[in-house]
Design a protein around this ligand. Structure first.
Ligand code: SF4
Length: 297
């Protein structure tokens, strides 16, 4: 029984060991999946959102809880409604029937056993669109192995290369190492980026980097290391949309990324030889892109 994995939870690198049927660990999630929102979402990369939207399921709780989180109410506030695996697979099928290009599981790793059961069931019942693991990158290799057969696309953050930063902002000094290993495994699972005739991604890995104000140096380190190793076998997405949420105690995080900072990073990418990557216009840094997590599904 996969659900036994919730009883002494070691699903993520925190390895809390708690029985999630009785209490919560660092992620603040009990064993039953809690969903903040499930709907068509149009603000992912174009190869994910396409014209119809991405069938996005936002899960409640998080194994990182970054102090600047753009989905703060979801990751910290634990907003959402509890649903069982049967309801979850029906949500996937409903999103497909609404025209979604894919099922986009946002920070689902701490519910991996339920996700595996629900996707497997949904596939038996006719789910054919690709399934995306939309991950913070702070994910254990065992959990990736568990989900391997049900995931088509990895949409993974690479937030920091500096462990001091990951410790300070995300309580995870080991983030760079963990994410580096996780990325290695993801690329091993999906070594080739595949698009359909309309340019919608069907398989592969997208590495996202959200540029933080005041940390262009670390952004460059992340981009350099990832590009040098993976070149065109992954898609890079360099994001400028950082939105201050007013929850962090760090002064430099109280502002948006400046145009100069972002341009500096993009120039660096060009000098590195990156020819193909997603970049964002300044308007992307707006709270209007942050959905309401009212449990609707
Ligand atoms: S998934 Fe949650 S409870 Fe389990 S080890 Fe990670 S933080 Fe702890």
């Amino acid at each position: 029984m996969l659900n036994a994995l919730y009883q002494q939870c070691k699903l993520c690198p925190r390895k809390c060991g708690v029985n999630r049927y009785e209490k919560t660990g660092f992620c603040k999630a009990y064993a039953m999946p809690k969903v903040g929102r499930a709907a068509l979402h149009f603000w992912e990369e174009p190869c994910i959102s396409g014209t119809n939207g991405s069938g996005t399921v936002f899960f409640s709780g998080c194994t990182l809880r970054c102090c600047y989180c753009q989905n703060y109410n979801l990751s910290r506030g634990n907003e959402g409604v509890v649903i069982d695996e049967k309801q979850l697979y029906k949500v996937f099928l409903k999103l497909q029937s609404e025209g979604a290009h894919n099922i986009n599981l946002v920070t689902a790793e701490h519910y991996a056993p339920s996700v595996k059961v629900a996707v497997t069931e949904a596939k038996k019942e006719g789910l054919t669109i690709p399934v995306i693991l939309n991950s913070s990158g702070y994910v254990s290799l065992d959990t990736l192995e568990l989900l391997k057969d049900v995931i088509d696309i990895y949409l993974v953050d690479f937030k920091y290369m500096d462990s001091e930063l990951s410790k300070m902002y995300s309580f995870a000094e080991d983030y760079p190492l963990i994410t580096w290993k996780a990325l290695e495994k993801m690329v091993k699972h999906k070594p080739k980026v595949i698009f359909d005739e309309n340019g919608i991604m069907q398989s592969g890995v997208i590495v996202r980097h959200l540029c933080l104000p005041g940390h262009t140096k670390d952004s460059k380190k992340v981009i350099k290391q990832v590009f040098k190793k993976y070149k065109d076998s992954i898609v890079l997405s360099i994001m400028s949309q950082y939105t201050p949420m007013g929850k962090s105690k760090f002064e430099n995080l109280d502002r948006k990324l400046s145009e100069e900072e972002y341009n500096d990073i993009i120039d660096y990418c060009i000098n590195l030889g990156i020819e193909d990557a997603y970049i964002q216009e300044g308007e992307a840094a707006s709270e209007s892109f942050i959905p309401v997590f009212d449990g609707s599904h």
